[in-house]
Design a protein around this ligand. Structure first.
Ligand code: SAM
Length: 282
């Protein structure tokens, strides 16, 4: 006699297709849902982030839990913040047997990072591609307790985060990263390890928060207002690009900071932007 087929719950977070099918959920492109289907990549990320027993980790966008489980298996306590409420029951089922994981439904673009008490948090996340840059900016500016961040982002975004002056991809966010952290790309991840497969390659970016900013400025907000103004018209010389921020004083402020008015925003390193901010404040 044929045996009746037992229905075993599918809880392997690295089998996204089965999990989604089981729960009748379709990946949302708008939410950047490309789920990791490779446990080795998850473990590699954990290793690169230097997560170990006792680490406190914020994971933004845990999805179906592929990385969450790997982080917890390494001994970390994980706070998993997921926007998509349809994924929450699946994620809760996946991590139900895993200690030290809390799941919260919330939006990383508005969530209050002060909810994470104490110091020395890590953020280890495969970020939703469409909001990666503003999420990184928020982590740098609003989560001072986050000392190390290992973030998977679209390759081009990663290159922009770590870019140096003089390159075409150096932009306002590169200056912001340089102010708060040291940064480097520590790995590449091919589209083949995701379900569904994204059209782009991914990069692993490591950001380590500086104990102190490397430059002195009278006002952080004024510094980044100048940076934004400069890069908003990056093809223009600074003597024109900075007029919205500095008005008639533009040329004099540039000269007083030791910067040629004919330079463009992409030529200025963090120290030059800081010199400009100091000169503008005089
Ligand atoms: N970490 C999972 C993995 O590696 O398989 C999923 C990564 S997927 C690229 C991005 C995840 O971020 C999705 O689960 C998506 O629903 C979630 N997400 C999108 N926007 C978000 C936001 N603003 N705040 C928190 N999570 C978000």
């Amino acid at each position: 006699m044929a045996r009746s087929k037992l229905r075993v719950p599918v809880l392997n977070p690295c089998d996204p297709r089965a999990l989604l099918r089981e729960h009748g959920v379709h990946p949302s492109r708008a939410l950047g849902q490309n789920f990791l289907a490779d446990p080795n990549t998850a473990r590699r990320i954990v290793r690169l982030a230097e997560v170990g027993p006792g680490s406190k980790v914020l994971e933004i966008g845990p999805g179906l839990g592929a990385l969450t489980v790997a982080l917890a298996e390494a001994g970390a306590s994980v706070h998993a913040l997921e926007l998509d409420r349809h994924l929450i029951p699946i994620l809760e089922a996946v991590v139900s047997g895993t200690p030290n994981v809390t799941v919260e439904q919330g939006d990383a673009l508005t969530w209050d990072f002060a909810e994470l008490r104490d110091e020395n948090w890590l953020c280890v996340s495969n970020l939703p591609y469409n909001v990666a840059t503003p999420v990184v900016a928020r982590l740098l500016e609003e989560a001072p307790q986050m000392t190390r961040m290992l973030l998977m982002v679209q390759r081009e975004v990663g290159e922009r985060l770590v870019a140096s002056p003089g390159s075409r991809i150096y932009g306002a966010v590169s200056v912001k990263v340089a102010y708060h952290a040291t940064s480097r790309i520590v790995g590449a991840v091919p589209p083949t390890v995701f379900v569904p497969r994204p059209k782009v390659e991914s990069a692993l970016v490591l950001l380590e928060r500086r104990p102190q900013p490397p430059v002195d400025v009278p006002s952080y907000d004024r510094l980044f207002a100048l940076v934004s103004s400069g890069f908003a018209q990056r093809r223009k010389m600074l003597r024109r690009a900075l007029v919205p921020a500095l008005g008639e004083r533009t040329e004099a402020v540039l000269v007083a900071a030791g910067i040629a008015p004919t330079e463009r925003a992409e030529a200025l390193d963090l120290e030059s932007w800081a010199a400009l901010a100091r000169s503008a404040a005089e």
